[in-house]
Design a protein around this ligand. Structure first.
Ligand SMILES: [Fe+2]
Length: 204
């Protein structure tokens, strides 16, 4: 019998499948297919109450979009209790954000595995919550798993739609916000600066 791939391997394959239609992201597709180094796997955290409360609705919303996203979100659900969830380091200006979000790394520091040149994370936010405007040296590609809005410097807020991609260039100011539904997104950091990011797990 063939060995069943791990949930993380299946998730990476499903993300790669989603990106395959986008010719500009084929380097990421290749990176997602690399062997996984699972030697630094941290102990999982308790599943945050916020995740317990809002993930089911976020997953239901994303799952309705198409069959690949349905499988992708179901695989994220399998991994929820294995992750080390954290709150982004912030200046405390927005208590609603502090209480209304949790992040987790899947690939990279504090994540389930590592691969060269890539960080993969997950963000969940309660309805109505906005992510702080921020920037970082690595480029970032968000995979929207909700109908929320995204923003970047020089461009008005827009909704990429469930399954939509948002590619932010290096050091471009950017943010996102939930509407009346929870926000769920995966994000990939890559390119120059990603190795330095690996030393700062809560910096995204
Ligand atoms: Fe970012």
């Amino acid at each position: 019998m063939p060995i069943q791939p791990s949930p993380l391997r299946r998730l990476l394959d499903l993300i790669a499948h989603h990106l395959k239609a986008h010719s500009e992201h084929q380097t990421l597709v290749q990176r997602l297919g690399q062997p996984l180094d699972e030697s630094q796997r941290p102990a999982p955290s308790a599943l945050p109450a916020l995740v317990q409360r809002h993930f089911p609705q976020a997953a239901a919303n994303a799952s309705a979009a198409d069959a690949n996203l349905h499988r992708l979100v179901a695989t994220v659900a399998e991994l929820l209790t294995e992750l080390h969830w954290y709150q982004r380091a912030d200046d405390g200006r927005d208590p609603a954000f502090a209480e209304g979000h949790r992040n987790a790394i899947l690939l990279g520091p504090g994540g389930l595995a590592a691969v060269d040149g890539l960080v993969l994370g997950l963000t969940l936010m309660a309805p109505g919550v906005s992510y702080p405007v921020h920037r970082h040296p690595p480029q970032e590609l968000y995979l929207a798993l909700c109908d929320g809005q995204w923003w970047r410097e020089g461009q008005p807020w827009w909704a990429p739609g469930i399954g939509g991609l948002v590619h932010n260039a290096s050091n471009r100011l950017h943010s996102m916000r939930a509407g009346d539904q929870p926000h769920l997104s995966l994000w990939l950091l890559f390119g120059a600066g990603v190795e330095a990011f690996n030393a700062r797990p809560a910096g995204q």
